[in-house]
Design a protein. Structure first.
Lengths: 298, 306, 328
């Protein structure tokens, strides 16, 4: 970093509160703003699916099988005569929930693990970080597949995906939190808090965690789309969400056999996935630019 | 030297952890493997004999020890459904996966680095925005979708390349692009931001102050430094590449390791699944080691440490 | 007169165009350096002294820009030169040493190669071998022990003082007419500091090179400078020969700076500090930027910008009340 430039920027009050940062992001990066709107809209659609959907979730009409898009069926119908638009609306419930909840679980677990590892050091650190190494060594898809394989018969497929994706996701969060904790531990104000007898949990929660928040927001925002992608990939391979439930990946899987003759069947869920994932990625990118310029891009 | 040992020790610990985790996860699976193997019309005696032969009656820790010692000798057990040694199946499938992965990596790195560097040099100009939008799209596109898209366009519509892969070089082009696309986006984004970061460094000012042209500054001073985080990312890419290979192989019907894993799940073939997951994970761990070594070659500060 | 000067800066304006507004880091600076002269540029951090130097070297980064003014090196105008033309001068006729020897050398290249590069880029006809020879000779001159071995070292293998010697070698290798040293010793230990300053002084005498040394440390100025410019909030507020400045500081800011130097034998309780902080360069008012912190400020000071007024022949100050200065 050039010392002088930054000095100047710092001196004119360039560093300021989170609200200003968000406003600045919206102004500099309209794409992030649009993405936020798109995400909110998708969540709204998912909540209101029963109200908006023109047909029932599993309502079949065998006479109307494999219809191309029309006024009656906005995105056409599938091989059982179900309305694709309706299926996408209902699918968004599963896909979004699978994006949002496992990310939150892995965030919570990752924070706990990362804080303990960074703060307590020694064997706690070693143990946790080797465990994280183990998790990160697995190709995530294969790990999810193994978990689905193991738990697939015990529990509902959506629950299995929750568990699989949470197990995959926590390790990278833990790494980030740990490295933040390590560097913050050396800061004078933490040592000062220590010296006046503030307890370790208080220091962790009051002093260290708040400093990780910007990175965590960014990590979370970028973890959601990767969970959505993982779900759709698992469902695409036939080991994720099980029919008759609707999820975007499952819809693509089912339309695979008609890919060359009736491409619209695959197109509608594909485009939906892309829009949602892009929106989250753009938003995460924008947030990172204003919140945490030093977090590595991925 | 001390670091080398601790690095290797960590690797071994991680490896044992990996095996243990797979082992435990697969042992809590419901459904008796013997029944899967035999079907349901065998006498209890046959079942007992086989259970004994497969060590399934022993305590889990003993089974684990047995598995590890045998795995070290390259014996990963026998596939339930294919009735052949898992090691043999894996070695037969590996060349396909290796070729796919190498081509995918080559694609990802060439495209990713070139577009990342061009973006960084033309920061905030039209080319930069174009490349970065494409990269983000690449990151946002799941591999199975890009694979289907490529299949549809290049194989079905324009009939330029074969739909499925026989393992020949030409038939691997589409799968390799599908596999590498995603990573290319990631690499482009990282190399761009890393290069921009490095361009802020003090030694860049020094280089310019001694009279180097912009091009020389980038080529001789910035590029090598900016590759360091990209190499770190490469290590993480190994693992996602292996994930990607599973999907790509399934879509393009490539008889590689990923396909083997998918089949193992579908047929509930535990030894095969265990073996393929273990094998790919070892590949990832070795890949990380290579990345570490490469990093230390590029960065003299840690050269002694590794 | 112009042609005698090595460096002549006239009414230089360098500003940063941020989304908050325009930051006038360098706001009409005039500065001259004669041949063989060691000139100090003194001020608090953020007052624009580094930006003045960076403007000369063409190292002002986005969103900063030289808005107007003239920079002449050996009578040759630098503003308006193309990047290529400017680069051919940098490192050859004018070179620069930076504050942080830790980060100013490329960590992944051998130090010898980094210095050799400076030779090669300005002398296309020289062979690599001869360039290497030159580098090793220069290493020896700047007091690097075992120059042959050090040539192949990486920066992290050298101490801070050695690294700064490498930086000096790099800056000196093409025998520039002017060396700009931006806080060259701030990051070093006091004992090393003296060595480096002595080295610079000695090299300057030997080669008749001029030096512009940027610092916030008046001790350094007293030690090696011939002439001093004092800078405050983007403007030069006073300039004088070094003894003249120390004996008769005219500007209240300069007097404040002098008074804040702790001195042995004086009661430390009375160590003077200048009240207030450096003003925000984004919101500079009409008048004298120092008015808010100045003991002697009158109404006029915050409304009107004082002109540079000569106190003596070679000594000028930007203050309305310099008449009192000599008696303080």
């Amino acid at each position: 970093m050039t010392v002088d430039n930054n000095q100047h920027l710092a001196e004119i009050g360039e560093m300021n509160g989170p609200k200003e940062k968000l406003i600045r992001m919206c102004r500099q990066n309209p794409l992030a703003l649009i993405s936020a709107v798109v995400i909110l809209l998708m969540i709204l659609l998912a909540i209101l699916a029963p109200v908006i959907a023109p047909y029932g979730e599993a309502q079949q009409d065998l006479a109307e099988r494999l219809q191309p898009p029309s006024a009656a069926h906005l995105f056409g119908t599938d091989e059982l005569g179900r309305d694709v638009f309706t299926r996408i609306l209902y699918g968004s419930r599963i896909s979004l929930v699978i994006g949002i909840i496992p990310s939150a679980i892995s965030l919570a677990v990752g924070i706990l693990m990362g804080l303990s590892a960074g703060y307590f050091g020694s064997w706690v650190d070693y143990l946790i970080m080797r465990l994280a190494d183990v998790m990160l060594s697995f190709p995530s898809l294969l790990l999810s597949m193994v978990i689905m394989f193991t738990l697939g018969r015990y529990a509902n497929s959506v629950l299995c995906i929750f568990i699989a994706l949470s197990m995959v996701g926590w390790a990278s969060v833990a790494r980030v939190v740990r490295s933040h904790t390590l560097s913050l531990k050396e800061e004078e104000y933490v040592e000062a808090a220590h010296s006046i007898g503030v307890s370790s949990p208080t220091i962790l929660v009051r002093h260290i965690l708040p400093n990780c928040v910007p990175s965590l927001i960014v990590l979370y925002t970028l973890n959601v789309p990767s969970c959505i992608l993982s779900e759709s990939t698992l469902s695409f391979l036939g080991i994720g969400v099980q029919p008759p439930m609707a999820s975007w990946g499952l819809m693509i899987n089912q339309s695979k056999q008609f890919l060359f003759t009736k491409p619209w069947l695959a197109l509608a869920p594909s485009i939906t996935i892309m829009i949602v994932v892009l929106a989250f990625n753009f938003l995460g990118d924008g947030l990172r630019d204003v919140l945490d310029p030093y977090l590595q891009r991925g | 030297m001390k670091q080398v040992i601790s690095r290797l020790a960590s690797m071994v610990i991680v490896l044992i952890g990996v095996i243990a985790l797979i082992f435990i996860m697969l042992r809590i699976v419901p459904g008796d493997p013997v029944t899967i193997l035999l079907g349901e019309h065998y006498s209890q005696e046959t079942i007992d004999r086989l259970t004994q032969a497969m060590n399934l009656d022993k305590p889990m820790i003993e089974q684990f020890f047995y598995y590890i010692t045998h795995a070290m000798r390259g014996d990963l057990g026998v596939s339930y459904t294919m009735k052949r040694p898992v090691t043999e199946l894996i070695l037969q499938a590996f060349p396909y996966t290796l070729r796919l992965a190498l081509m995918g990596v080559a694609f990802a790195w060439t495209i990713g680095l070139i577009s990342g560097i061009i973006s960084a040099i033309t920061q905030n100009k039209a080319t930069d925005r174009l490349f970065m939008t494409f990269s983000l799209a690449g990151v946002s596109l799941p591999i199975f979708m890009s694979a289907l898209l490529l299949q549809y366009l290049f194989a079905f519509r324009w009939k330029l390349l074969p739909l499925t892969s026989s393992g020949s070089l030409v038939s691997m082009i589409l799968p390799a692009i599908a596999l590498g696309w995603n990573s290319a986006g990631t690499i482009a984004r990282i190399s761009r931001s890393s290069l921009l970061d490095v361009m802020q460094a003090d030694y860049i000012d020094t280089a310019r102050a001694k009279g180097l042209s912009k091009r020389a500054v980038i080529l001789r001073h910035a590029l090598k430094n900016s590759m360091l985080p990209v190499i770190t990312m490469m290590a993480l890419q190994f693992s996602s590449m292996m994930s990607g290979a599973v999907i790509t192989e399934s879509i393009f019907s490539i008889p590689g390791i990923g396909r083997l894993a998918t089949q193992a799940i579908q047929n509930r073939d535990m030894p095969l699944l265990q073996g393929t997951v273990l094998f790919t994970t070892v590949l990832v761990i070795l890949g990380n080691l290579v990345a570490d070594l490469l990093y230390s070659v590029l960065d003299p500060r840690i050269r002694k440490a590794v | 007169m112009n042609s005698e000067k090595i460096l002549e800066i006239r009414d230089l304006h360098t500003s940063f165009f941020t989304d908050k507004g325009v930051v006038r880091a360098v706001n009409g600076v005039d500065l001259e350096i004669g041949p063989g002269q060691i000139v100090g540029l003194v001020g608090e951090s953020g007052c624009g002294k580094s930006m003045t130097a960076r403007s000369v070297m063409g190292l002002v980064r986005f969103p900063g820009k030289i808005e107007s003014g003239s920079i002449r090196l050996n009578g040759k105008e630098l503003t308006g030169l193309t990047e290529k033309e400017l680069r051919s001068l940098c490192g050859d006729e004018v070179s620069m040493i930076f504050q942080e020897p830790m980060t100013s050398l490329n960590p992944v290249l051998r130090v010898g190669r980094q210095v050799q590069e400076a030779v090669l880029v300005h002398n296309q006809s020289i062979s690599r071998k001869d360039a290497r020879k030159q580098v090793i000779d220069m290493f020896e001159r700047v007091g690097i022990p075992e120059p042959e071995q050090r040539y192949n070292c990486y920066p992290h293998e050298l101490s801070g003082g050695l690294r700064q010697r490498v930086m000096i070698a790099m800056a000196m290798i093409c025998r520039p007419r002017l060396l700009i040293a931006d806080e060259p010793t701030t990051a070093l230990d006091v004992t090393i500091e003296t060595q480096i300053l002595n080295l610079m002084q000695q090299l300057c005498r030997e080669t008749q090179m001029s030096v512009l040394i940027i610092t916030h440390n008046l001790g350094i100025v007293a030690e090696i400078c011939d002439y001093v410019y004092v800078m405050y909030a983007g403007r030069i507020v006073e300039h004088a020969p070094v003894f003249e400045l120390f004996d008769h500081p005219a500007h209240p800011y300069t007097r404040g700076l002098m008074a804040s130097i702790p001195q042995i034998g004086r009661n430390p309780e009375y160590l003077h500090t200048i009240p207030g902080v450096v003003p925000n360069l984004l919101h500079l008012g009409e008048g004298c930027a120092f008015a808010g912190r100045c003991d002697c400020a009158v109404d006029r000071c915050s409304r009107e910008l004082p002109e540079m007024v000569h106190v003596r022949e070679d000594h000028a100050s930007r203050c309305f009340i310099i008449s009192d200065a000599e008696f303080s």
